[in-house]
Write a protein that binds this ligand. Structure first.
Ligand code: ADP
Ligand code: MG
Length: 600
């Protein structure tokens, strides 16, 4: 007997819906698109319970006729296109006829609507049932209410975050839409409180500057605006002057035909345009609005329309980077060496990064031209774990270690005991990686990172003292980690890491070993993402703590520190790192002599 069967309609519908609707903000994205397409000039969004309990949108657009209401929730039912060719003349944000269909499959959906001069009507569809149609006294426009999202799909619901986080994601989505639709007056209510009021604006630039300055505390004078027409397309640009930048590319937003899209090459075009104007590893804030001939654009490749195929991408890329280069005023950024005083490692090539780890805020202004003059240091992009830590950061860690071991250390002095100091001679550092020592008739080359990692690991195993945090660190977890922590938080207690549950999905870190203080954030990241067997968790946690806190390959190390590391290493029975790798190379004098042809 055959084993293939057609899926039940509702199952198929919910699978398809998963591509379009995965959390409250995707409902918001689709409903706002529909309201904009309907020509609305007033759009008001209400959320309850982060949008999980209720999302309601009210617009004053063209409305839906009574006979269209049952159709509007059918799959591929749309008023926006009718032939394949229409896809290449799109003027609307929607065209797939999937949003209301998908929302109807995963919630209780009510659509009330009236066209100009007509009586209103409404339809209620409960998780994809047939729906009930009735008259409604609504004025012209549409009101759509989405209640109990994913009520019948607990697995999907378990991926949602706390109500406040979901509400914030909805707010970001609304702002994203608002930037490219200045003609609309937006209002946003969360649990009946007005959280955002964006009156309509005469121009795109006014809307963008208004919103981004209010949301991020920027000043208008930090930005330039410009627009230019090309043969098939036009570009409008709001871009930060070199006085304002951040450490990643997330401040660069690309809009194509009024939709924000993910198109890395255009983000890159902006970056090229800034070129040397920004310090290495820094990126601008830029809002790029491209209006391209619809015939050259295909949005039909992603259900949520986050991506597009652009036939004239290379041309746009070139125009965009040129426009950026021509519009951004040139300012000279002077970085004075003495701005970066070195208390510990005077010769470190990484001097200018010294405050990086301590800075919680990714937005920095440059010294020279900013109206808000600040002596904050140049900020560099977040580094991968394998890259170099800062010299000053190292000092912090060293101090924490010293504290943990109650070793009295004066600044600039070694912080480990050096009882074996006389047994070996430290000769220097090679390739910013190997510490070279001579002991009796052997040369030792020690991988400084692996060695230090092992030293920290040993200290953790020995359980150093635990410190209560003055300000506990709150963090959010997904429901599976929440359930895991409820049962297993004592695993962490055994490491000296105390966590307590504040409310659903919200935990707080209250104490941790002194040694771990400088990497508090990494510990929280770890707890937030891990579940599993005690033993596996334990070794992963030990290895991570040791690895993150350790001095890195590539760090210049002063002789005090080198001596301290080496003396520990010479006391080890088996010098291998927590990952099991040997980190010492031994060269015997006799071997070396033979290599140069000496026999005695
Ligand atoms: P699409 O937007 O791709 O056409 P949707 O499922 O989002 O598909 O909407 C289906 C149809 O319902 C739309 O084509 C439109 O005719 C109608 N519609 C939805 N929302 C509104 C609204 N707010 N105002 C007027 N018409 C609407
Ligand atoms: Mg739509």
């Amino acid at each position: 007997m055959g084993i293939i069967k057609c899926l039940d309609n509702l199952v198929a519908q919910r699978i398809a819906a998963g591509e379009v609707i995965d959390r409250p903000n995707s409902v918001v994205r689709e409903l706002v698109d529909n309201s904009i397409d309907a020509g609305s000039t007033e759009i008001t969004l209400y959320l309850e319970g982060g949008g999980i309990d209720k999302i309601k949108i009210v617009d004053n657009g063209s409305g839906i006729a009574k006979e269209d209401l049952p159709l509007s929730i059918k799959r591929h039912a749309t008023s926006k296109i009718s032939t394949l060719d229409d896809l290449y003349h799109l003027k609307s944000l929607g065209f797939r006829g999937e949003a209301l269909y998908s929302i109807a499959a995963v919630s209780r959906l009510t659509i009330a609507s009236a066209k100009e001069g007509k009586d209103g009507s409404a339809i209620v569809i409960d998780n994809s049932d047939e729906g009930t149609l009735y008259s409604d006294g609504i004025a012209q426009g549409t009101q759509i209410t989405v209640e109990d999202l994913f009520f019948h799909i607990p697995a999907r619901k378990s991926f949602l975050k706390r109500a406040s986080t979901e509400a914030n994601l909805c707010r970001q989505t609304l702002i994203q839409k608002a930037l490219s639709s200045p003609q609309v007056h937006y209002r946003f209510y969360v649990d009946n409180a007005l959280k955002l009021d964006l009156p309509s604006k005469a121009t795109l630039f006014e809307r963008v500057l208004d919103v981004i300055c209010a949301e991020n505390n920027f000043s208008r004078s930090d930005f330039v605006t410009t627009e230019k027409e090309y043969q098939d397309y036009s570009i409008a640009l709001v871009a930060s002057k070199p006085s304002l930048y951040r450490s990643d590319r997330s401040g660069i937003k690309i809009y194509l035909n009024n939709r924000q899209i993910e198109e890395f090459s255009l983000v890159q075009a902006v970056t090229y345009g800034y070129g040397e104007l920004l310090p290495g590893g820094s990126f601008a804030y830029a809002y790029v609005f491209i209006t391209d001939n619809p015939e050259l654009v295909d949005f039909n490749i992603h259900p949520a329309k986050r991506e597009a195929k652009i036939r004239n991408l290379a041309l746009i890329h070139h125009s965009l980077s040129t426009l950026v280069r021509e519009s951004i005023p040139r300012v000279f950024n002077t970085v004075e060496a003495q701005e970066f005083e070195q208390p510990f490692l005077t010769n470190s090539p990484y001097i200018k990064h010294q405050d990086e780890f301590r800075s919680p805020n990714p937005t920095y202004k440059n010294f020279s031209s900013s109206p808000h003059f600040t002596s904050e240091p140049i900020f560099n992009p977040k580094r991968s774990n394998d890259e170099k830590p800062t010299s000053n950061d190292w000092l912090e860690k060293a101090k924490a270690m010293a504290l943990a071991q109650s070793v009295k250390a004066k600044e600039g002095e070694t912080i480990w005991d050096t009882k074996n100091e006389n047994e070996f001679t430290y000769l220097g550092q090679a390739f910013n990686l190997f510490l070279i020592a001579q002991k009796e008739n052997k040369l030792y080359l020690v991988d400084q990172h692996a060695a230090h990692e092992r030293i920290l690991y040993d200290q953790l195993k020995a359980q150093s003292d635990v410190q209560k945090l003055l300000i506990p660190v709150e963090f959010e977890v997904s429901s599976d980690v929440d359930a895991f922590l409820k049962e297993n938080s004592d695993i962490y207690t055994s490491f000296g890491i105390m966590v307590s549950r504040k409310e659903d999905l919200l935990w707080s870190l209250t104490s941790l070993p002194a040694l771990c203080r400088p990497i508090e954030k990494q510990i929280v990241d770890f707890i937030q993402t891990r579940t599993g067997e005690t033993e596996a968790l334990e070794s992963a946690l030990y290895a991570i703590i040791a690895c993150k806190a350790a001095i890195k390959a590539g760090d210049a190390v002063d002789s005090y520190t080198a001596n301290a590391i080496l003396s520990k290493v010479f006391n080890m029975e088996n010098p291998c790192c927590p990952h099991g790798r040997t980190f010492v190379v031994i060269l015997e004098e006799e071997q070396l002599r033979r290599m140069v042809g000496r026999t005695n």
